[in-house]
Structure formats: C-alpha cells, structure tokens
Design a protein around this ligand. Structure first.
Ligand code: SF4
Length: 376
C-alpha cells in the first residue's frame, strides 16, 4: 500500500515511541490487543442478574483485568497462547468482554450510553437525542489516509448518528440530518461488522477506527463484533467523549488507542454550539479515566475555533498540561463555517481561524511544554 511519507518517518520520533508504545507493538503484531485479552479473562456471571448487579461485578473484575493486562501485554501472541494457564481458559463461554456486551444490551433498554441520558428503550424503537434505534448503521468504511501520521492507514468505520448537535458539523449528513428511513439497507449486524474489520485488516491498516457521527450509540454492536473477531489489530475509539460514566467504565479498558475530541473549555460554549449540558466536567472525567484506567495512549484533537481562544483553546491546553501525563495534542486548523453557521445566528464563528489565532494557540502549547508538532 502507498503510505504517506510522514506516516513512515513519524516512528523515528522518540516522542511517539514514548507515548504510543503498545499501539505500535500491536499493529506490528508483536503483542495482543486488549479486546483479545478481555476474551481470555474468564468471568462467571448470571445473565438474569440486574444491571446494577452486573455493573458491580464488572467494576469489581476491572481491577483483576488490569492486572491480567499488565501480566500478559508484554507477551507475544505465541507466548500468550502457549502458556499453560491461558491454554486452559475457555474463551467461547463467559468472559470479561461477554459481560460488557451483556451489560450494554441491558443498558440500551433504558439508554444512558452518553451523558444525554435519554433513558429510552431503544429495543422498542424509542429514539433518544442520537436518533439511533438498537441497530448499528454504517455510513461508510474505508482505508483512511488522511488521519494523523501515526494512525494512517486507518480502517475507518463511520456510523450514522451523534450524541452532540454541533451547529458547524462537517458531517451533518450522517450525524444529524437523516431519518431512520435513510438507514434502510445500511443496517450492520455484529457479524457484518466483524467481516468489515477482517476486510480492513487484509488491506494492511494500522488500526480499526470507530467514528461517526459518533460511535457511542453503537457500543453494544461494536463490542459484540469484537467478540466475533480474532484479528491482531489495535482498536481505536474516535469520539466526542460525551459518554456517561457507566459506559465509559465499560469501554475504558477495551480500546488500545483513543482519538478524543476536546472542543470546548467550558459548559457555556458547549451548550451554545453543540446543544449539550455538563460538557466540560464530563470531558475531564472521561479523559482522566482513559489515563488512569485505560491504555493511556491517545492523541487529543483540538479544533481551534475563531474567537474561542480565551474561553476554549487556552483552558483546554492548561488542563491537559496539569492533568494528563502522556498527551499528544493535534492542534487542528480545519474549522470552517458549515451547516447552521452563516445564517446570521453564529456570526462570531462564521469564518475560518486566521493564522494569528493558530500561531497563538501553538505558542501557548509550546509555552506549556505540550507535544503537538508530530501529530498536527
Ligand atoms: S446514546 Fe445517548 S443520545 Fe442516544 S439514546 Fe442513548 S443516551 Fe440518548
């Protein structure tokens, strides 16, 4: 496959070696991805138990799984499967990943996958803010060559639906402006999704990149597809990170690498432009969870918006510096007025960020000692 030059050269940068160590080893097939380890971590449970009981069990087992990961993630696949104890593990029955799938299937009946917490029963066709029922709808899936250099080529799967309502969304046709009728023919089962994953792997991608819209409403299908998959490939969560704490606890230890958006540095801007409540505390909580409970390997995406340096860009960078240890930040200049911007209501963001604004944000990141050059 043709590869961008920077996608090859980026790995000679020690900054990346230090921060994306496991991710790199997984796509080179030297170690196993987390979802395969989760399938090999035996957990017994009763599917008839209540969601509260299963959540308690899950949270209790999560510490054991972290230990299991630390004991096994240095092993090659051959070493892992040839070790006596792992050979004895029954992987087709109950395990940590199956427990997560069962939990998500129960949660969807009173949905709180994201912080909107709509509490609708999606299995009965009730729709929450994301407007996605209990099925997953793939808008497109292809080898993406335009992501950050460590990520490409990326096996990117775009889902319909989104948990935020950004007025400037560039993908509004798949995130907001659709109806279930337009989904017809695009419904993808867990098995269908696992076939897409296998197909991507054959195309020599470096990761499987779940995005949208937003992947969060499709969590139950994505994790069930992982159950059916055996590919040694990093699983990447590419998201607005507006997940509920419960959903975050379920997925935090499953993904190998993360592409989290950090859009706003306060609630007010999030309410105005993305129509969501409690954004900033939710984002900070979830980012800390990736670092303390998850792989800790991620590239933050910050989209610089015009006239939003003091309220958003600077507070985000300061918070990242103070609270996250392993951060790489993509400072993005791609913002342009789209969708609902430009009809007189959002005049302050009705232009592209100018070069002075981009320079100011990058200088701010430099002064804080943040790493952004290798991924921006
Ligand atoms: S995923 Fe979020 S927006 Fe969609 S129904 Fe569930 S809680 Fe609501």
């Amino acid at each position: 496959m043709f590869l961008r030059r920077d996608a090859v050269e980026v790995w000679s940068n020690t900054e990346l070696d230090e921060r994306l160590i496991k991710y790199q080893q997984i796509f080179k097939k030297r170690i196993l991805p987390r979802y395969i380890l989760a399938k090999n971590f035996k957990v017994k449970f009763d599917v008839n138990n209540s969601i509260t009981e299963l959540l308690e069990l899950h949270n209790e087992k999560s510490e054991g799984f972290r230990l299991f990961v630390s004991q096994n993630q240095e092993k090659t696949p051959e070493e892992f499967y040839s070790s006596k104890e792992n050979n004895q593990i029954e992987t087709s029955g109950q395990n940590y990943l199956r427990l997560k799938v069962e939990l998500l299937k129960k949660m969807i009946k009173n949905c709180e996958f994201c912080e909107n917490k709509c509490h609708v029963d999606r299995t009965k066709g009730e729709l929450g803010r994301c407007k996605v029922n209990d099925k997953a709808y793939v808008a497109s899936a292809f080898t993406h060559l335009g992501e950050e250099s460590p990520i490409v080529p990326s096996g990117t799967i775009f889902f319909y639906g989104c948990t935020m309502k950004c007025v400037f969304c560039q993908n509004y046709d798949i995130s907001q402006e659709y109806s279930l009728n337009s989904f017809r023919g695009r419904e993808t089962s867990p098995y269908g999704l696992s076939l897409i994953i296998s197909d991507m792997v054959k195309q020599k991608v470096r990761n499987i990149n779940f995005v949208g819209g937003e992947p969060t409403p499709n969590l139950h299908i994505i994790l069930e597809a992982m159950e059916l998959s055996t590919e040694i490939i990093p699983m990447l969560w590419n998201s607005n990170m507006y997940l509920s704490e419960k959903a975050m606890k379920i997925i935090v230890d499953i993904f190998d690498i993360w592409l989290p958006d950090m859009k706003y540095g306060n609630n007010k801007c999030a309410e105005k432009y993305s129509k969501v409540q409690n954004y900033w505390p939710t984002l900070k909580r979830n980012m800390k969870m990736i670092e303390s409970l998850g792989s800790g390997e991620y590239i933050i995406r910050h989209l610089v918006m015009p006239n939003h340096l003091e309220c958003c860009s600077f507070p985000i960078l300061e918070w990242v510096k103070e609270n996250l240890k392993t951060s790489l930040v993509n400072i993005m200049g791609q913002y342009r007025p789209m969708y609902k911007v430009g009809i007189g209501k959002y005049d302050e963001i009705n232009r592209r960020p100018v070069s002075v604004e981009m320079r100011q944000v990058k200088d701010y990141a430099d002064n804080l000692g943040l790493r952004w050059r290798s991924v921006s």
